[in-house]
Design a protein around this ligand. Structure first.
Ligand code: GLC
Ligand code: CA
Length: 520
């Protein structure tokens, strides 16, 4: 069992710079995280996934890695990272780190060497350098656009251009280069040797490019699978470790290819996260997920939020409750109480499904998206690269409120790197710990029941009226979600285990989930 613990795990995502600040500089760090480990142990999670914690100029919040063998000094150092891994293990919490194979940092030694060595050098071969088009090479090699807006190519002083699917500070690696392949194998071993239990693979589907194509041809080329077969071999040479891939891909059959038994163990399920709060949509997503994962034996994952997407409380309170990177719907009206009600119901739905579940820090507090951050404080490169039209992802990255009645709400003694809303006093951990009806109390109860009673058996749908989702797990635990606008009857049951909102007499109110034990 311990070897495959990840199949049913509850994994908590720590966005380190916004979690807790131990030294008062306004940036979350390892000292802050270590001090809060008892909170996470009590929450009842199995593992922590940490966003990149390595040396970084922070052009993209750490997804521009300058050195994988050095911890970013703002966060701590290698000795402290090792101490943290050990301390977490002692509390029964495993650690998943983030590896970013698509690109590095322009401050990384390799890239600096490539700039210095010049055109045609082996140093340039580690990245994707090309001559430009036009008479004097003044036009980029092709018209590809960066995922963060603007051209995907930047010209260097000697006239060549390099490719960056994200920001210019994140030059793409050349995955046809043997040194790149080897270097990442060494990085995996470096951290697996230090006891990390899992690896999250960033932007996993875009490593192989077809530069001759006029179209943007970088997502999901077949050759990318060879990379992960090697990574799987390395990971499986250690006991009980696993890979989780980040692939945003509409085609679920192509998606499932990454989860074949000799590739990644798991991948984030963004289909579920992107769907609107509608019974038919959610059921379709669940069925699709189970149908694609089942035959290859990979456990599904259920994700409601992360550091790239709109907070559920805000998203589910909008008229359009779906999520789409291309249109983050900033500033769309939202009804916070409705959003919170649905976010609670969604959490119980996600946690009742077979497979593993991810909880992004602050989700358990019901934090909303902060949509009124001052323009000049926004740090997401999307903001400037979109010509200040897309506010990017900072609104879900605001430092956590821990205690007290005003900012910085116990985050640390300094001024947080992004300002917290003044009205977060009712959302602090301290306030919610004292309140049995809080989001935090719901997450704790749900995680406990999930761990002790839910079991890992299959899901069977029960007959239900339109707009209601009802299924039973092999353990007998039954989950009913009411997405209609009127109360509905619950199936006959022996006991009610948990509800996301109080019942309406004996009926399940709108936007509410119940977990129950059926009558035998
Ligand atoms: C992934 C990360 C995101 C980052 C991007 C580039 O999507 O989750 O935060 O900006 O990759 O590394
Ligand atoms: Ca700090």
């Amino acid at each position: 069992m311990s070897g495959t613990w990840w199949r049913g795990a509850a994994i908590y995502q720590v966005y380190l710079r916004s979690f807790a600040d131990g030294n008062g500089d306004g940036i979350g760090d390892l000292a802050g995280l270590r001090a809060k480990l008892p909170y996470l142990a009590e929450l009842g999670i199995d593992a922590i996934w940490l966003n990149p914690w390595y040396l970084s100029p922070m052009a993209d919040g750490g997804y521009d890695v300058a050195d994988y063998r050095v911890i970013e000094p703002a966060f701590g150092d290698l000795a402290e990272a090792e101490k943290y891994i050990e301390q977490a293990h002692a509390l029964g919490i495993r650690t998943i780190i983030d590896v970013v194979p698509n690109h590095g940092s322009d401050q990384q030694v390799w890239f600096q060497q490539a700039l210095a060595a010049g055109p045609g050098s082996p140093e340039r071969e580690r990245f994707i350098f090309r001559v430009g088009r036009g008479e004097s090479g003044q036009l980029p090699p092709n018209d590809w656009q960066s995922i963060f807006n603007g051209p995907a190519w930047t010209r260097v002083p000697d006239g060549e251009w390099y490719l960056h699917l994200f920001a210019p500070e994140q030059p793409d690696f050349n995955w046809r280069n043997a040194e790149v392949v080897r270097e990442f194998h060494d990085i995996l071993r470096f951290w697996l040797d230090r006891g990390v239990d899992g690896i999250r693979i960033d932007s996993a589907a875009v490593l192989i490019k077809d530069l001759d194509s006029v179209e943007e041809s970088y997502t999901d080329h077949d050759a990318v699978h060879d990379i992960y077969r090697e990574w799987r071999r390395i990971t499986d040479s250690y006991d009980g470790r696993f890979l989780v891939g980040e692939m945003w891909m509409p085609d679920q059959e192509r998606f499932a290819l990454y989860l074949r038994p000799d590739e990644m163990h798991t991948a984030f399920n963004f289909d579920f996260l992107s769907r609107p709060w509608q019974a038919d949509e959610l059921r379709a997503s669940i069925d699709l997920t189970l149908a694609t994962h089942g035959p290859i034996g990979a456990p599904p994952t259920w994700v409601l939020s992360n550091h790239d997407v709109t907070r559920p409380v805000t998203k589910y309170g909008r008229p359009d409750t779906s999520f789409d990177h291309a249109d983050r719907r900033h500033g769309m009206v939202t009804d916070p109480p409705l959003g919170e009600r649905r976010a609670r119901a969604a959490a119980l739905l996600a946690m009742a499904l077979p497979g593993s579940v991810y909880v992004y820090q602050g989700e358990e507090l019901g934090l909303p998206e902060v949509e009124d951050l001052p323009d000049d404080l926004l740090q997401d490169p999307i903001w400037t690269r979109s010509g200040r039209t897309d506010r990017g992802r900072d609104g879900c990255r605001v430092p956590l409120p821990w205690s007290g009645a005003e900012p910085p709400f116990g985050f640390g003694s300094g001024t947080p790197w992004l300002p917290q809303p003044a009205d977060w006093k009712d959302l602090t951990v301290e306030a919610q710990q004292a309140d049995q009806s809080s989001m935090l109390a719901l997450y704790r109860d749900a995680l406990r029941i999930r761990r002790t009673e839910l079991g890992d058996g299959i899901l069977t749908w029960l007959d239900s009226e339109p707009g209601v989702l009802a299924f039973v797990r092999e353990s007998g635990i039954t989950c009913v979600v009411n997405l209609t606008d009127a109360p509905v009857d619950l199936p006959p049951h022996q006991s009610l285990l948990l509800t996301s909102a109080p019942l309406d007499h004996t009926r399940l109110p709108p936007d509410t989930t119940a977990w129950l034990h059926p009558s035998s």
